[in-house]
Design a protein around this ligand. Structure first.
Ligand code: UTP
Length: 297
């Protein structure tokens, strides 16, 4: 039997303080890599994985996000009239079916676990995906699609995982590995933001998850954890304590932490160079910039 995952939660209610002052008025997820907002990359990845229902957990000041998914009939008509068919197609590819998107408010930024819990009534009793749009993943097969395929074999809960240097582990949820199965690991524990030197492995959780509704029930009981926030990791770790399967999935692709300034800049360079129409000019500029300090010596 095919294990279907058709609902995805996009938690976008965080304060985005690392991008102040921009995030004073622009949601982080509307910030643009080349010409598309981060949220569009996340939606495209979800669609490729077969997601049909898109649940946004939003907060005050995120109106631009809701507007982004409105259709733009005047703009479409104008492009059609001018014969700008390619642009029209770009625009129409961002259109979402009526009823496919739901918005839920998280009234206070109490943490990622709390944000996911806010969507519990829309998930009801099905497995679901969680996508953090500020983790952008460049991959031949989109990351969530890889996970949904692997999930057909495993069931249970699955988190995307990647190797990080030991000094970076304390910024992530880290996996305590039971058995290394290659592209997958089975997990015996998870620690959110371990103190330096205490991480159980170098495998860190990044922003893609496939979860069972049991995790939402666990979130009913979870109190705040690391950083005073209600942590999704703690609710997943409880599944392990209840003897249910949790897997880490080593995805194939490159992840950019677009929630940080350095990561966002790296993604901009990488996605810019990947675009055929920009590549030559942009690469030439980068070469000149890199040569500059040498030239000055
Ligand atoms: P981050 O840890 O990146 O926090 O959240 P943030 O608030 O977005 O950004 P900074 O650290 O202040 O710069 C990871 C993801 O979880 C969501 C965020 O929107 C982001 O997608 N989140 C976090 C919520 O939806 N609600 C919360 O209470 C916390």
């Amino acid at each position: 039997m095919k294990r279907r995952v058709t609902k995805a939660i996009f938690p976008v209610a965080g304060l985005g303080t690392r991008f102040l002052p921009a995030t004073k008025s622009i949601p982080k997820e509307i910030m643009t890599l080349v010409d598309r907002p981060l949220i569009q990359y996340a939606i495209d990845e979800a669609r490729a994985a077969g997601i049909k229902e898109f649940i946004f957990v939003t907060s005050r000041g995120k109106g631009a996000l809701e507007d982004y998914f409105d259709h733009a009939p005047e703009l479409e008509a104008s492009l059609r009239k001018k014969g700008k068919d390619e642009l029209l197609e770009v625009l129409q590819n961002t259109n979402m079916d009526s009823g496919a998107i739901a918005y839920i408010r998280q009234h206070r930024a109490l943490g990622l676990g709390h944000a996911v819990w806010c969507a519990r009534r829309l998930i009801a009793n099905e497995p679901f995906a969680v996508i953090l749009p500020d983790d952008v993943i460049a991959a031949e097969t989109p990351c969530l699609e890889q996970m949904v395929e692997a999930y057909q074999e495993t069931g249970g809960c699955m988190v995307a995982a990647m190797e990080v240097p030991p000094e970076a582990a304390s910024s992530y949820g880290v996996l305590d590995v039971k058995e290394d199965l290659g592209s997958m690991v089975s997990i015996k524990g998870m620690v959110e933001k371990p103190a330096p030197g205490t991480a159980p492995s170098n495998l860190a959780v990044i922003g893609r998850y496939i979860l069972t509704p049991k995790v939402l029930q666990n979130l009913n009981r979870i109190r705040s954890g690391a950083g005073g926030e209600i942590q999704l990791t703690d609710a997943i770790a409880e599944e392990i304590r209840n003897d249910r399967d949790v897997f880490g999935f080593r995805f194939r692709g490159e992840r950019f932490d677009c929630g940080s300034k350095a990561g966002f800049l790296q993604a901009t360079v990488s996605f810019g160079l990947a675009r055929e129409e920009l590549r030559d000019e942009f690469a030439q500029y980068l070469r000149e910039m890199i040569a500059l300090p040498n030239a000055a010596q």
